[in-house]
Design a protein around this ligand. Structure first.
Ligand SMILES: Cc1cc2nc3c(=O)[nH]c(=O)nc-3n(C[C@H](O)[C@H](O)[C@H](O)COP(=O)(O)OP(=O)(O)OC[C@H]3O[C@@H](n4cnc5c(N)ncnc54)[C@H](O)[C@@H]3O)c2cc1C
Length: 467
């Protein structure tokens, strides 16, 4: 057991921040120069820009561009240290966070003030078994797995001589037509129609079937109706089947069964992607139990207007894992603004300012989503943009929110390259290798490639990892 001691100044106020995502990093930054010792603990070593995960999954960007090392992001703040460990328990009575380092070493992190910003994970509406067949996108590993599944499916279609099997490999179903589902479906179409066609000899990738389904009656549910109509029309022009009022009722390795206005249908598809429900981090339920609060159906923890837990001045919770009175959406801007608010509040208290803070107020800067290489929708404080103007706005906002000029320039370079030069995709390494099994294929000429390699890097130990 370790207390993970470091050069904390004796007696200084200790702040522990759980989670180095959008909320956690902003909270740490707002504590710059404050007379406190800050520990940011995260189970990954990077700060992930989730809005661009779909671009890693479809070969546009390399993972490093959207996931800089967390300790580098916070390196200039002398009062902050960063620890790679997973938080498993929080002892609110004794004010200690219990975590485990990657080697299993137990860490006890005492705090005076705790900020929990552990985000959310996928929710499969009571069907956790669907996760294996329809992975979601929350982490870099998820995006790399998806990239392997998507590009691996075309490889397997190319070596198949059975048209039905080829079609099964070339059918992609995305569940959930929110921004993530729309953006991913759009890029699947770009891949099939513009990026891959000239590279294969046995298959015509333009015949790929891409289905985007949602139980809601419209795509991009939170957006204005005009933008929803434009998005649906553009998706359909890109050859995507948009199925609304339609929900998944069963998912297995080979297919997905859906129920919509025309009844139930089984779609044979090897690649399914989950972009539907989310569930708050389990730390939310743990804190609720310890403090007598009650989480909502999505596992979100209720917080007071100053983002503290009810009746607790020493514990704040922010971002995707909380529900506020005004029911703010689970988006990066909310988490970032909440992080800044809480950081400033703790900083003020460290200076002796004990006045009751003004409640947190969200400033909505707008929402946007891409549909394809040059199409996007943007709603910026009431002004609606579509097509190129929307796309340029989307590019500007997203590139400016990336951390570090190197990552911004690298991302811009990849975007210009993918727009200008035949929608080139420079990051297509996948975790699929073909192994020739001599015993299985004895009698076959060695040049016949029949081995179907495992496409899930997490179930294929020892296979080459993608970049
Ligand atoms: C695919 C995708 C696309 C998105 N697109 C957009 C978009 O276009 N615009 C937008 O505004 N929002 C978008 N979002 C939502 C946005 O990313 C979230 O709202 C935001 O990340 C929430 O910030 P957070 O700090 O609450 O959580 P996160 O940013 O998720 O950070 C949580 C951190 O906590 C860490 N953590 C979790 N549990 C533990 C534990 N037990 N111990 C230690 N560390 C832990 C995680 O590793 C992570 O680093 C998207 C989300 C996804 C998944």
């Amino acid at each position: 057991m370790s207390t993970a001691a470091h050069d904390e100044r004796r007696g200084r106020h200790k702040v522990v921040i759980v989670g180095g995502g959008f909320g956690g990093v902003q909270a740490a930054k707002a504590l710059k120069g404050a007379d406190v010792d800050v520990t940011v603990v995260d189970r990954t070593n990077h700060h992930l820009f989730q809005p661009l995960l779909y671009q890693v999954a479809t070969g546009i960007l390399s993972p490093g561009l959207i996931a800089p090392a967390l300790r580098r992001v916070l390196k200039t703040q002398r009062n902050v240290r960063t620890l790679l460990a997973e938080v498993g328990e929080i002892d609110v009575d004794n004010k200690v966070v219990h975590a485990a380092a990657p080697d299993g070493q137990h860490l006890d992190l005492p705090y005076d003030t705790l900020v929990v910003a552990a985000g959310a994970t996928h929710a499969y509406f009571g069907h956790p078994e669907w996760a294996e067949h329809a992975p979601g996108m929350k982490s870099i590993e998820d995006a790399r797995l998806l990239r392997s599944r998507i590009l691996g499916a075309y490889e397997l279609a190319e070596v198949s001589d059975d048209p039905a099997e080829q079609q099964a490999y070339m059918t992609f179903v995305v569940v959930g037509a929110g921004p993530t589902g729309v953006e991913l479906a759009g890029q699947l179409s770009e891949l099939a129609r513009h990026v891959l066609p000239r590279e294969y000899r046995s298959i015509d990738t333009r015949k790929a079937r891409i289905v985007l389904l949602d139980a809601a009656p419209a795509v991009l549910p939170p957006f204005a109706k005009k933008l929803q109509r434009y998005t649906k029309k553009t998706l359909e022009e890109k050859g995507i089947e948009v199925r609304l009022d339609t929900m998944a009722t069963d998912i297995d390795a080979d297919s997905i069964t859906v129920k919509g206005p025309k009844g139930e249908e089984r779609i044979v598809a090897r690649t399914k992607v989950w972009a539907a429900g989310v569930q708050a981090s389990p730390l939310g339920a743990m804190l609720a139990k310890a403090t007598g609060a009650e989480v909502d159906r999505a596992g979100r923890l209720p917080v007071d207007p100053d983002l503290a837990l009810p009746d607790r001045r020493d514990i704040f919770a922010i971002g995707d894992m909380v529900s506020t009175i005004d029911r703010l959406p689970g988006v990066a801007q909310v988490a970032m603004q909440q992080g800044t608010y809480v950081g400033k509040l703790i900083s003020a208290r460290a200076k002796g300012d004990d006045t009751t803070p003004a409640p947190f107020q969200y400033f909505d800067k707008g929402s946007m989503a891409t549909i394809g290489a040059r199409e996007a929708v943007a709603d910026v404080r009431g002004a609606k943009f579509t097509g190129w103007p929307g796309y340029l706005m989307w590019c500007y906002v997203h590139v400016m929110f990336l951390i570090g000029w190197g990552n911004r320039l690298g991302t811009l370079f990849n975007w210009v390259r993918s727009l200008r030069y035949a929608r080139y995709r420079g990051h297509r390494l996948i975790s699929v290798t073909a192994n020739y099994d001599t015993e299985q294929h004895s009698g076959h000429p060695p040049e016949v490639v029949e081995h179907r390699a495992e496409v899930d890097p997490r179930t294929a130990p020892g296979r080459t990892a993608a970049s």
